[in-house]
Design a protein around this ligand. Sequence first.
Ligand SMILES: O=C1NC[C@H](CO)[C@@H](O)[C@@H]1O
Length: 430
Amino acid sequence: AGIVAAADGAPVTNTAKSEFVTARQTHFSRKGQAYYIVGANFWYGGYLGAPSGVGERKRLLKELDTMKAIGINNLRVLAVSEKTDMKSAVSPATTAKPGEYDENLLVGLDFLMAEAAKRDMTVVLYLNNFWQWSGGMTQYLNWFEGTPALDPNVTKDYDDYMKKNARFYVNAAAQKEYRQVIAKIVKRVNTITGKPYSEDPHLMSWQLANEPRPGNGKATKEEKAAYVKWIDDVAGYIHSLDRNHMVSTGSEGLAGSAQDAQLFLDAHRSKHVDYLTYHLWPKNWEWFDSRNPQGTWDNAITRSRDYLNSHIELAKKLDKPIVLEEFGLDRDGPSFSIKATTRIRDRFYKEVFDVVYTRAAKGDPIAGFNFWAWGGAGRAANADYWWKPGNDFMGDPPQEEQGLYSVFDTDTSSLELIKEYGDKLKSIKR
Ligand SMILES: O=C1NC[C@H](CO)[C@@H](O)[C@@H]1O
């Protein structure tokens, strides 16, 4: 299509609107068809695409081809990281300090977007992180409050971390820099394709952050209100920069909403939030004990099924699609070793896929999944399984043992399950 001028004469896009993933009430549409997400979390995809330094473009192409071969059509990727002293965070980072950005990593993102497009994959890009493993909100507060960036692996106090992190939403200077970063990326012209990100139909959505929470489990009324306002304001800001793409929050659902369903609904009611997201972590949330799988499996599965189904009901209330964009469980043992089997994880994946597929086939608003996370050819480098700069990137970010939740290219049974259920999901005709 030629340049389509908007009412005010500004060129909106030279790509037909139908090329973009859009939400049509409770379902996604793309190229005139219903669109289901068979996705991987691939946080480091932009890092592998960098032209120098940490870049490993040969590995990236191999990972994308392996994912394509098992039917993956969507990637959820970290778009920007913040330089920090924290040991549990990735380095290098995109934002060295406010106003100073690493073009090498941004070109890496360009390369990833270009290669994903060649494989007709769509990409969700998250623009911040509630957790410390990419610097994230705690690093913004270090810059603008002067408080130390907090690493829960060191402080061992997640409640304190989450409460302090919520100050990000109401810190004007931090929000100003965050919006500057958003504008830099949303308005970026891809240096590989020459296409503006805002006109790239392989971008599925901009995401405010990875797992933004209103504070900790005891979030106050004021903190909840600040969180709801932050979501509406920033999502609206992104839409003002880019009229073609959807915006999502990156929320985990109730677990990331102080278990407050009303808050989850209020936070996602905004007309600027185009679809809902949720995550499922039975082990992190202590429903499952991987050292006592027999004794905790039933509880974990019962609660997981309830979590999976109840959020689909919430999506119906808001008349918006919902994506299960993270879920995972550790390897048998438990073990971080790639040699360990994945029988329990495979059983869990199958349980998740069964609910997602059954509900999607019935026409419910569940639009698909992204498992956490693609490890591919990455291999742990150290006996203690902790990441150090220069080591392979893999599905587990630096704040977790390398091998915890990663799905490696040798985890054949897991890859087969993803392909089997991904094909079923994509075969749903609406
Ligand atoms: O977004 C996330 N959710 C859960 C992952 C595994 O614990 C974690 O690595 C990541 O921060």
